[in-house]
Design a protein around this ligand. Sequence first.
Ligand code: C5P
Length: 306
Amino acid sequence: MPVHTVTVRVPAKVNLQLSVGPREDDGYHQLVTVFQAISIFDDLVITKGEPGCGTSLSVTGDQTHGVPTDESNLAMKAASLIAKKCDIDIDAHMEIKKSIPVAGGMAGGSADAAAAILAIDSLYSLDLTRDEMNEIASQLGSDVPFMLSGGTAIGQGRGDQLTAALSRGTYHWVLALSTVGLSTPAVYTECDRLRAGLEIAEPQISDSLMQALLSGDSSQVGKLLVNDLQAAACSLRPALRLILDVGQEYGALGAIVSGSGPTVAFLVEDEDQGLDLAVALTASGVVGSVTRAYGPVHGAKVVDSR
Ligand code: C5P
């Protein structure tokens, strides 16, 4: 039986380390980052349509505000890149069931692009290799290759050159979400502005963080969380400092702005501490909404095919 519909589930991410080098001539920055995929998922359902109907997209769920459904959506860009590369017509509808916060620093758009690559590969039996998928992914965005792989990984270059990282145990997170997102380019620009005139060193991987992950020492990981974009995100959104303080007061192992923000991620000891912190953050009144997650989890994967 030919396949008609494929569903791919894809996670969100947090950056345990995000070290940003100087701005390069192309506007991008050399990064050293450690990604962890966490248990907030978007589902992308792709369904074949009539020949000639073209590719279309809809977005459903609580988290749809500000998500485009035209060619500017990364999942649509993924489809047109694959159509060109493989010389096929993609006459299909994609539905993204969104749970990953939009413009939250958790790679929601990149996750959907990764999901689209895998879904199209599966629906059209393209048998793209992992390298071919990664090449398409890195053309779509710096975080997209990681959303394909998931788990825990070191990202270098623009963040798209991945090496798997060894990590033991499960890490529990409380995430403070904002109702209004932050633009990633705007946060990088603010980072450049704040660092103007300073000598910026080449970013280096934190050996102590790698060691802490290897031994599964979450309290050590909490202390070593680092994000060079945090000052810029807080400069654009000063309320983030209050949120970081509340989490630290309530004994989180570590607190960090996720990627370019504005989501704030708190590492906690276990589910019970996570629940207590979630209640405290909600009661504090400084947070839009709170959710919990754990990591690492798998990257984009086909969960249904019929
Ligand atoms: O690669 P992606 O499209 O996700 O990047 C979004 C924006 O983030 C870029 O336009 C750029 O402003 C910034 N960026 C950067 N250096 C990186 C990755 C992203 O400056 N390594």
